[in-house]
Design a protein around this ligand. Structure first.
Ligand code: FES
Length: 244
């Protein structure tokens, strides 16, 4: 077990006008199972109170501590330093999202895109009784298993080359959420959803790099969701060209 770690953190405060720079901190081994978040909290409490980062649940649930750690996007609270293959741990904020300060990013564009795909159940106009229970078979519920657990951390979004190339691109998290409702047997608005995701900044912008699936801390498959949306979108188009 290493006695200490060097946290090399990308610092940036847009209000100062100073360019981003790397700053290093020596952090002792605090406990068995020490996480990157433990290290950041130590730095903020004992070494440099000006360091900015987000955290809330400290249990891999809220998604607020996603950042680029030792070469890839991870949750700081879930990442134990002993499993990183280095004692010099580089940490920088999520990419393709404006920085507010240090590791804190402005998630507004991310959530605006999320809102565009209408991330809620739309049971259809015939379903007038909003108080009744909407039953779902076990097999239909199982279709949502690898989609529904997204915590909106933004790791997939930051890893995606298309969110860098096209600032309007909806991004993997929003598209996976759209697929979550397209697949849901209780939703009755597939046509509108496919129209939203099929525009010039939607599914066909995805070049299937698979970065999103690779970095997802919940082991979900946004790339697979986008592929499913593409399939559905194209099959609707073909049906229109060649009606049965
Ligand atoms: S603090 Fe909530 S996921 Fe890390």
């Amino acid at each position: 077990m290493s006695e200490k770690y060097t946290f090399k953190i990308l610092r940036f405060d847009p209000q100062t006008g100073q360019a981003p720079y790397w700053q290093s901190y020596e952090v002792p081994q605090l406990k068995e199972g020490m996480s990157v978040l433990d290290g950041l909290l130590y730095i903020q409490q004992y070494l440099d109170g000006s360091l900015g980062f987000r955290t809330s649940c400290r249990a891999g649930v809220c998604g607020s501590c996603a950042m680029h750690i030792a070469g890839t996007y991870r949750l700081a609270c879930e990442t134990q330093v002993k499993f990183l293959s280095t004692t010099t741990i580089t940490v920088r904020p999520l990419s393709h999202i404006p920085i507010i300060k240090d590791l804190v990013v402005d998630m507004t564009p991310f959530y605006e895109k999320y809102e565009k795909i209408k991330p809620y159940l739309m049971p259809g106009t015939n379903d007038v009784d909003e108080h009744h229970e909407r039953l779902q078979s076990r097999s239909d519920r199982e279709k949502l298993d690898n989609i529904i657990d997204c915590i909106l951390c933004g790791a997939c979004y930051a890893s995606c080359p298309m969110t860098a190339a096209d600032p309007e691109y909806l991004g993997p998290a929003a598209l996976m959420k759209a697929n979550r409702f397209v697949v849901d047997s209780r939703d009755d608005n597939v046509g509108e959803r496919l129209q939203i995701v099929g525009d010039e900044h939607g599914i066909f912008r995805c070049h299937t790099a698979f970065n999103c699936t690779e970095v997802c801390p919940k082991h979900l498959d946004p790339a697979g969701s986008i592929a499913n949306l593409k399939r559905k979108h194209l099959s609707v188009k073909i049906m229109k060209v060649r009606p049965q």
